[in-house]
Design a protein around this ligand. Sequence first.
Ligand code: PHE
Length: 381
Amino acid sequence: MRTIRVLSVLVIIATLLPLAGCGGGGSKTLKIGVIAPMTGDVKTFGESTRNGVQMAVEEWNAKGGLLGKQIEIVLGDDKNDPAEATAAATKLIKQDKVKFIVGSVASKCSIPISDVANKNQVVMISPTSTNPKVTVADGVLKEYAFRACFIDPPQGSAMAKFATENLGIKTAAVFYDNGNDYVKGLAEFFKAAFEARGGKVTVYEAYAQTDTDFTALLTKVMAEPPDMLYIPDYYNMANLVNQQARAAGFKGILAGGDGWDSSDLDFQAADGGYFTNHYAADDPRSEVQNWVARYKAKYGTVPDALATLGYDAANLLLNAIKAANSEDPVKVKDALAATAGFPTVSGTISFDENHNPINKDIVVLQVKEGKFVHVATLKPE
Ligand code: PHE
């Protein structure tokens, strides 16, 4: 009787084991979670990010995979919403048992994802989330959180420097979404750096993500028209402000941050404007030109910063798993933190003590006749 019971328990365990998939050492594939806005108001960001990660994974798989396994992407959609981001991260970790996550794009999503990942000892690397709070909370490092991009203090400074030194801008108005960590942060960092350079901010006003009519704010701006209007939001919101600013008679320079990088930017409304970004597709470095050619051959378009940094972030992570020679996230996060001089398309990566890449260039692109033209490359300050 007892033998039968022990035996049947063993049979049950044996049947359940393969179902559990284990997600780790025992499973047949090495799973990488990817979280990005695949639907919602900024879905070009999600598509590009997924394409970039996909290219990296295909290249590794073609070379035999990693730790003797093929790499498998498990995709999550955060819809550019922090609550959805938390749900997607929780599902990937608890249900799919992923130990590694690439994502997300928007800082307001990557901040909660990094909290969930850190609590569960899951390594996460955001390709493009630039707000400082993605890797650090109240001055404390989230040990399992990393990013492949520069952060917003130098991004804001770069535009302040370019505007004052290259364009001779003396006055600027700034609008920002009060509920978006990235937008609010970048607005503050730009303002501080611009004022430190002697610039005057004429209007500094908040709006909500649901706002569609900026007439009242623009009336304030036009009372004393500034040289520049800085809108460090994603392309969908920048489109509305840019269109309405021109309609209100604003003749100055429109400017923004990396959130403008989209094929869905309104190129006509933004024409002549400038934005800071992570890479320029016309960079003559062979790493960049080879990457652009490979991406174009597969997807038929020039990769934007989201695709490029998705590729870079995946390579950083996969390289760290290889260096750790293990799927143990404790070892992988240490290997990732120890990354030094690792070549990626957007630059050579070493991490600082806050898991931010050191000394990445910031490029300035101009929106011109339906295209992005590379006009400057700045060192972070
Ligand atoms: N930096 C933005 C954020 O943190 C995301 C972004 C990066 C958008 C690059 C477009 C291009 O929210």
